[in-house]
Write a protein that binds this ligand. Structure first.
Ligand code: SAM
Length: 416
């Protein structure tokens, strides 16, 4: 058996592929001891209060985990015996329910896959080790597994070493700090076909880097995700803005509020209150800033149900007063000014629409941009690479981003 390392201040934040640099920026602004981009996220070392503040601050992270232990394993048996050596009753209580997730990734250099074939079996062995440790300590009593609303979610992450001859893999045990996606801001009360995740939309806004005060138009706004994220960033309204009245209240919002390492520390609980206050103040100042910002936010969609969904979401976010909404064909859009941003996330065949019509739609939208949006920067997000070629404009930038597991392109056109 290999040695178990207890990790003191190690964290891992995951995010949609392609947005890692933005996540790193957010983390670095909080001054961690160390932060490195890894596949699908950022690994960092920091004081616990830094990681806690990240949960309030991050627009980009999907989840945030605290790393508890690491050790090497060669077989499932190694996993069982190592995990059985951990003092689980110091991690959570027998009365708390738990759940196990397993992720097997490639080696850091991307060349080796995890050799373990059955992740369910790994989860089973890991669970047995936890349960047996409790049973031994509590006369046969054990905590229950709960799949839907567990008190504690543990993540077992397996990663082969780069060395091609190494037969062991690195096992890390992490605890999910939020227990719910950090991307859920609380404003998505209505959805229209294929809405983007809020953190992906936030990343797109960061890529577009809108100039404060210039017009911002989403020509195919769907449920309004890009528009709302653009407004939140323009006002510097924190992403946790709608959840602040829940966070830190008696009603549990994030799992961390029920984690031993957190709630047994008066220092951290005090810090948590201070952070809530700071972000409450930032929310208030943000709405004020947005109210006084020149420039227009416009949302347009051909489908009335989509516009209705955008309106519902805007209302929930208390942002409807700053937006002009219209039902209409994006091919007939007119620019309200001589510079700004126009963005679309058109249907692209994977989930919506039929290809022939889409070729026409993409081509014609390119023509609309050419004739009606001189002086603007235009952006198109699509998961369909042949379709993007139907836009006959010069591409000035192309980024790869992952929309769920769909490899997509975010393309910029500068229109002169
Ligand atoms: C993938 S969805 C956009 C999702 C959106 N970004 C969100 O996060 O909710 C595509 C949208 O394009 C709209 N659409 C399709 N053709 C259009 C057109 N010609 N003009 C305006 N909107 C159009 C659809 O009604 C749909 O709402």
């Amino acid at each position: 058996m290999s040695e178990i390392e207890k990790v003191k201040n190690g964290f891992f934040a995951s995010c949609p592929g392609g947005l890692e640099e933005f996540l790193l920026e957010e983390i670095e602004s909080l001054e961690p001891k160390k932060a490195t981009i890894v596949r699908g996220g950022v690994q960092f070392e920091a004081l616990p209060e830094v990681a806690i503040e990240l949960m309030f601050k991050t627009r980009i992270a999907s989840r945030l985990y605290k790393t508890l232990y690491t050790f090497d394993i060669k077989t499932e048996k190694d996993l069982y015996y190592n995990a059985k050596d951990i003092k689980w009753k110091a991690v959570f209580d027998i009365t708390q329910t738990f759940k196990i997730n397993v992720i097997q990734s490639r080696s850091p250099n991307g060349k080796k896959r995890s050799k373990f074939e059955n992740s369910m079996f790994l989860a089973q062995k890991f669970k047995d080790a936890i349960v047996d440790t409790f049973r031994a300590a509590y006369d046969g009593a054990r905590p229950s597994v709960e799949k839907v609303h567990p008190d504690v979610t543990l993540l077992l992450h397996l990663e082969p070493h780069d060395n091609p001859h190494a037969s062991k893999e690195k096992a890390s045990i992490l605890i999910d700090m939020s227990g719910r996606p950090l991307s859920q801001r609380g404003y998505k009360v209505a959805e229209y076909e294929a809405p983007l995740r809020e953190n992906l939309a936030a990343g797109l806004v960061k890529m577009m880097n809108p100039v404060p005060g210039e017009d911002f138009i989403d020509g195919m706004c769907g449920s309004g995700t890009i528009l709302i994220e653009a407004m939140l960033q323009a006002g510097d309204i924190p992403p946790c803005f709608l959840n602040l009245s829940w966070i830190g209240s008696d009603r549990r919002f994030w799992d961390v509020e029920h984690h031993f390492w957190f709630f047994k520390s008066d220092y951290l609980k005090e810090k948590f209150k201070e952070i809530v206050k700071k972000y409450e103040e930032q929310t208030e100042a943000g709405y004020e800033k947005l109210k006084n910002l020149p420039g227009e936010f416009r949302g347009n969609d051909i489908n009335p149900d989509a516009v209705r969904a955008t309106l519902e979401n805007l209302k929930r976010a208390k942002l409807q007063a700053r937006v002009e909404l219209a039902i209409g064909d994006a091919l007939e859009l007119e620019s309200p000014s001589d510079k700004g941003i126009v963005v679309i996330n058109p249907p692209y065949g994977e989930r919506l629409g039929a290809d022939d019509d889409l070729e026409h739609l993409y081509h014609e939208f390119g023509e609309t941009l050419k004739h009606k949006f001189k002086g603007y920067r235009a952006f198109v997000l699509t998961g369909n690479l042949p379709l993007i070629k139907k836009i006959s404009l010069k591409t000035s930038r192309k980024e790869i981003v992952y929309n769920g597991n769909i490899e997509s392109r975010f393309v910029e056109y500068q229109l002169y």
